[in-house]
Design a protein around this ligand. Structure first.
Ligand code: RAM
Length: 353
């Protein structure tokens, strides 16, 4: 790791930002120290390129994730390539992986729109020596070297069921408003929630709807739930886009106190609904840290500090030392525990992310 850090720190600090909407370059001035310590690699213009592909554009959560990734790679002095498809589909991400292979990047970190569909493209990347990791929403264990997980799925799923049950007074119908039907992370949390329902015999899950992490679709899916289930007492949206859309619909329809809401939300987007009481509380983690951890993990894979095997350890900048654990048939790096946001603390967090 030290070797890579000193190598990368000697490179020009240039971040190349590429999005689906176009390409923009952000160039920072080169300091005299950096100029003096130019390496052979830099002279040849071979900067180490780190790429991140998020689920889609138009989602502030994904922007925060990218922000953290950029922060890590800039601390290490590398070059960043940011990619986000317009639609949260596997097809769009496959095309981006192919482009990154052609650009000869050193690492690809991906928040996957499908656990399995990206496998041929990611395997091709790994065959070419590109280090592949997933973050936020995993690809299957054969398609990656390691996964950066934001929090334990069991803790997330059980907190959400406990939350909605308490808000609903322990009885009645609730629905889930999810992201896309193929999203690995949401599906893992929903599975935990469904299993946990045995502990709540008087609450009934009537439907899982999909807003595809698109604002308008999430609004119309919420409206459809309210129409189809007139006795609905609660909505759980394990997606920042979904929970904010549901907050808006419940507010607009004056349903505060009639239909309860919880989920995984960005404090900046949910503060108004938490302050108004439409959503009493919700959970999340720091999405900037998810991207930051993935940036350091990518660098550690590239310089060989880690291979993605259980027990590997590396320094993740301000997050300190992190180690790799086995989960299911793959390995993961865990960020931490989900954090509860309510009226008492939302004010502090809404300006942060
Ligand atoms: C949305 C995305 C993301 C998820 C959060 C909670 O922004 O689906 O993948 O982790 O919600």
């Amino acid at each position: 790791m030290k070797k890579l850090i000193s190598l990368l720190l000697s490179l020009m600090l240039v971040a190349t930002l590429i999005t689906a909407c176009g390409e923009k370059k952000v160039e920072e001035p080169v300091t005299s120290t950096e100029k003096e310590t130019k390496t052979e690699t830099e002279t040849k213009g071979e900067k180490v390129k780190f790429a991140i592909i998020v689920k889609n554009t138009g989602n502030p959560y994904n922007e925060k994730e990218m922000e953290g990734f950029v922060k890590a790679i800039e601390e290490l002095g590398g070059e960043v390539i940011l990619k986000a498809p317009d639609q949260p589909t596997a097809e769009a991400q496959i095309q981006m992986i192919e482009e990154l292979i052609a650009q000869n990047v050193a690492a690809i970190a991906i928040a996957a729109n499908d656990p399995d569909a990206l496998q041929p493209a990611l395997q091709k990347a790994m065959d070419k020596g590109i280090k592949v990791l997933s973050l936020d929403s995993a690809v299957n264990a054969d398609s990656r070297m390691v996964h950066v997980n934001q929090a334990d799925p069991t803790a997330i799923g059980t907190s959400l069921v406990a939350g909605i049950s308490e808000m609903m007074g322990g009885t009645g119908q609730f629905a889930i408003l999810s992201a896309t039907s193929q999203a690995t992370n949401q599906n893992a949390w929903i599975e935990v929630m469904k299993d946990d329902l045995v502990n709540y015999p008087d609450i009934e899950l009537v439907k899982v709807a999909y807003g595809d992490d698109l604002r308008d679709k999430s609004v119309s899916e919420t409206e459809a739930l309210l129409q189809s289930y007139p006795n609905l007492k609660g909505i759980v949206a394990p997606t920042t886009v979904g929970v904010a859309a549901a907050g808006k619909v419940l507010t607009d329809k004056g349903l505060k106190g009639t239909v309860q809401l919880t989920g995984l939300g960005l404090p900046s987007e949910m503060a108004e609904y938490i302050e108004s009481g439409v959503c009493e509380w919700m959970y999340l983690w720091n999405p900037i840290d998810v991207g930051y951890l993935a940036g350091y993990a990518a660098a550690a894979l590239v310089d060989g500090t880690i291979t993605g095997a259980e027990g590997d350890k590396f320094k993740a900048g301000t997050l300190g030392e992190k180690s790799i654990i086995t989960v299911g048939d793959g390995t993961e790096i865990m960020l931490g525990d989900p954090f509860k946001f309510d009226a008492g603390n939302i004010g502090e967090w809404k300006a942060v992310y």
